[in-house]
Design a protein around this ligand. Structure first.
Ligand SMILES: Nc1ncnc2c1ncn2[C@@H]1O[C@H](COP(=O)(O)OP(=O)(O)OP(=O)(O)O)[C@@H](O)[C@H]1O
Length: 384
């Protein structure tokens, strides 16, 4: 097997990812030649594997890298039951994973509800729920996802259409926690071409999801009923790369990682201001770092109590002295902590109560909430 530069990058990134999660070499013996079985209670790393090229490459490398560190490595394979023959695809993927030495290999069958958010979103939700449950049941230390730089570029383009501001270009975080389970994406520096190359380097077979449009004619756009991500991958990104004549995928992915750092810093600043200037009832802790969602590091709740706070009060004078970017971030985080959707027109109107106060009336918010200023305090609560 040729030890290609893409293999070196992938192995290096995988090792750094594991190390950043506290999963380094368990014992010097594992770094020496010869086969060493990891201890039965060694930390467990699980690869979420669809059987596609990216996750097959990740499964194979995780098996090797974990063995060299004394870690246990297994896989979780989710059958969404959305396509004919999906059980067979999942079964074949499980066989491949077992032949790579992964153990445990667990098949998870989920039911995807036809929710209003669309089939893709419902499938993703069901998948993450199943992955979290299985990881908890196995007391796994980490779940790895095989998203690549190509996926990251597509995500930025998708998010640009659905949200605005800095948060729309941060892409997917390299790691996040979901319901107490740690997830990481070690392949965010590799393109899909490179993961495909790694599969060839290692002689791995993979399965192409027909809804990805991988085999479709490059000269013809995919029909509009294909998933948006597939259409961006097949039509929009190649067109844009052609148009700009450069490596837009790398550019978008790099921008996402810079924007994510800026966003993290702004979040920390906003969090500190929350502690100083925002009070919740019943009391909510806002001192902890915010949780992140699987697909991005977007603003989420400011860690409310289990029941969630019902009312908030913002010290208007203290916040008025801040930069508008910080004011809006604090307002948005306060709304999220109350479980309210964040719409820019509401954030803007509350900001006017803070920075441009001239006796305005209350602002009506969703779920029966309102925001009103009394003296130097903005109260966000349900109408009485
Ligand atoms: N059915 C599944 N079972 C387990 N994990 C999955 C499944 N589908 C997706 N994943 C995880 O989420 C990542 C991203 O999903 P996505 O749908 O973009 O990938 P894919 O094109 O289906 O497969 P691959 O990334 O393996 O080529 C996958 O790389 C994999 O880690």
């Amino acid at each position: 097997m040729a030890y290609s530069s893409r293999l070196r990058t992938a192995i290096g990134d995988l090792k750094s990812c594991l190390k950043s999660q506290g999963l380094g070499l368990q014992d010097p013996a594992f770094a020496q030649h010869g086969s060493h079985e990891p201890l039965p209670d060694a930390p467990l790393v699980l690869v979420a594997c669809s059987g596609g090229r990216d996750s097959m490459a990740l499964a194979a490398l995780t098996s090797t890298v974990c063995a060299s560190l004394g870690l246990r490595a297994g896989t979780l394979i989710v059958d969404h039951g959305l396509q004919e023959g999906s059980a067979q695809v999942a079964d074949q993927c499980a066989q491949h994973c077992r032949s790579l030495g992964l153990d445990p290999v667990q098949l998870l069958t989920v039911r995807v509800a036809q929710a209003g958010s669309g089939l893709e979103a419902s499938a993703r939700q069901a998948r993450y729920q199943a992955l979290v449950q299985a990881a908890k049941a196995k007391t796994a230390d980490l779940v790895l996802l095989a998203h690549t730089k190509s996926d990251q570029a597509e995500t930025v383009l998708m998010d640009l259409m659905h949200s605005s501001g800095l948060d729309s270009i941060t892409g997917m975080p390299a790691s996040f926690r979901l319901d107490g389970v740690s997830f990481a994406r070690p392949f965010l520096r590799l393109t899909r071409e490179e993961t495909t190359g790694i599969c060839s380097d290692l002689g791995l077979e993979w399965w192409d999801d027909p809804s990805n449009g991988d085999g479709a004619d490059a000269g013809h756009p995919l029909p509009v009923d294909y998933p948006l991500r597939s259409r961006i991958r097949h039509d929009l990104l190649p067109y844009m790369e052609d148009f700009f004549g450069g490596d837009l995928t790398s550019h978008l992915a790099h921008s996402a990682s810079l924007a994510a750092q800026d966003q993290e810093y702004l979040e920390q600043q906003a969090q500190e201001l929350m502690v100083r200037l925002v009070g919740f009832e019943p009391l909510a802790s806002v001192a902890q770092s915010p949780t992140t969602s699987p697909n991005s590091a977007k603003l989420t709740t400011a860690a409310p109590t289990s029941a969630g706070p019902q009312a908030a009060s913002i010290q208007a004078r203290g916040l008025a002295a801040q930069h508008p970017a910080m004011r809006r971030r604090v307002i948005a985080k306060t709304m999220l902590a109350l479980g309210l959707p964040v719409l820019s027109r509401h954030v803007e109107a509350i900001d006017q109560l803070i920075a441009n106060w001239h006796g305005q009336g209350p602002i009506h918010l969703p779920s029966g909430y309102s925001a009103a200023r009394q003296k130097h305090v903005i109260h966000l609560c349900k109408y009485r």
